[in-house]
Design a binder for this molecule. Structure first.
Ligand SMILES: [Zn+2]
Length: 414
């Protein structure tokens, strides 16, 4: 049993119980109001939570708000999970299944910070990070079990299954093959996840399409980024769709890695770049103007430079935004301060992404639910965001048109 608080009353529920179950333990009538939409539940700081969510351990606090008008949220997570979605910004090394990590660690003789799936997920959760730099340290733990080709293949395969189960029809997943050396060559480190992706796609018979993005790392020498861009370009007909630059942003300018971007673009690869997350708008400016990025990873701080914002709108540069991750890295102080809705209204091509499903403790469905409940987005707004992601995919034009029309007709049929 776990003990939580509902409306300031201690309630004991079985492990795995939902928020709805916990409310029913406290008060059946309240649970009925919740079921009819006349009440909704928030967490301790007032963020709406879904009735179907599992209750988290460790003295979680829930409040049931009874509302005359139908309060948020409009669409439940069950409904949003069935929505067709696309995701453009998610790190493979942030998306392992905890159980898989434990199995891989055992087989490879590696010590992890916990030995049950729940405790491991909690240990890897970045919610207590103080900065982007601290957030990135969690990845050292996941990467420790990802140093063999079979492990990388399995992790990529399971990622595809998990994304499809979350209603994702198209996803671009990224990682840096550099972080799998010296145990693997760059070629092995690229071929293994491509094989896992192919296995997942084949097994799911076209339910999901997946592209791989290769990331250079800002804190590593520019020569390594160039080497990566070359390796990535060699696999551009085998599933690698783009080149990216990731890692600690402040003090490590993207323009130092310009040669890698030039090589990638010169060999028919699309480019994106993390920017405006750990540093300000100048970093976004560099990504666009010095490195030729066609999308921006995060771009949260874009609005600090009005001219740059206008330029991004005029050029239809998509932003790969990650709300929960931005909270975890303290890029924004609170969800209310996040510029996502303002950008959407100003005409920026904004998209919603998880960044890391395990380390951020969310699914893409959770991220859509958060956007809906925090910003009061309508169904039309959410559909716009889904289509923004489809239209911003790094796919050949004819494949993109096919994706957009498939998702559009699925949205219309809802
Ligand atoms: Zn990222």
């Amino acid at each position: 049993m776990i003990r939580i608080f509902v409306n300031d009353r201690a309630v004991s529920v079985a492990r795995g119980a939902t928020v709805r179950d916990a409310v029913a333990v406290l008060d059946r009538e309240l649970a009925e109001l919740l079921g009819s939409g006349a009440a909704y539940v928030t967490d301790g700081v007032g963020r709406p939570v879904d009735g179907g969510d599992a209750v988290r351990e460790g003295g979680a606090i829930l409040r049931v708000v009874v509302s005359a008008r139908k309060g948020p949220p409009r669409l439940s997570k069950d409904v949003l999970r069935r929505w067709p979605k696309a995701e453009l910004h998610v790190h493979l090394d942030g998306c392992l299944r905890p159980q898989t990590m434990l199995e891989l660690a055992r087989a490879q003789g590696i010590r992890l910070p916990a030995d049950t799936p729940d405790a491991l997920a909690e240990a890897l959760h970045v919610k207590h990070a103080k900065s982007l730099e601290e957030y990135l340290t969690k990845y050292e733990i996941t990467l420790s079990v990802m140093q063999t080709a079979p492990a990388l293949e399995r992790i990529a395969y399971e990622f595809v299954l998990d994304a499809a189960a979350d209603g994702v029809r198209y996803v671009e997943v990224r990682y840096s093959p550099l972080l799998h050396r010296p145990s693997l060559t760059l070629a092995q480190a690229i071929e293994a996840p491509l094989a896992g992706i192919k296995r997942g796609e084949t097994e799911l018979r076209g339910a999901i399409k997946v592209g791989l993005i290769v990331c250079g790392i800002r804190t590593r020498p520019a020569a390594e980024s160039l080497e990566l861009a070359r390796a990535a370009a060699d696999y551009r007909t085998a599933g690698v769709v783009a080149f990216d630059l990731a890692g600690a942003e402040r003090g490590y300018p993207a323009r130092d890695h310009r040669a890698a971007f030039e090589y990638a673009a010169g060999h028919g690869m699309a480019c994106t770049c993390h920017a405006g997350e750990g540093d300000g708008p100048d970093s976004i400016h560099q990504a666009l103007h010095d490195c030729g990025a066609r999308r921006i990873g995060h771009g949260t701080r874009l609005g600090e430079d009005a001219a740059l914002l206008a330029d991004v709108i005029a050029r239809n540069i998509p932003l790969e935004m990650c709300l929960t991750s931005n909270l975890h890295t303290h890029t924004v102080g609170s969800i209310a301060e996040h510029p996502f809705k303002r950008y959407l209204e100003q005409g920026v091509v904004v998209t919603l992404n998880t960044d890391g499903r395990l380390v951020d403790g969310i699914s893409l469905t959770d991220e859509y639910f958060l956007a809906q409940s925090s910003f009061g987005l309508t169904k039309q707004d959410l559909a716009r965001v889904v289509l923004n992601a489809c239209e911003s995919a790094f796919l050949p034009e004819y494949e993109k048109v096919a994706l957009v029309s498939r998702v559009q007709s699925e949205l219309e049929a809802l």
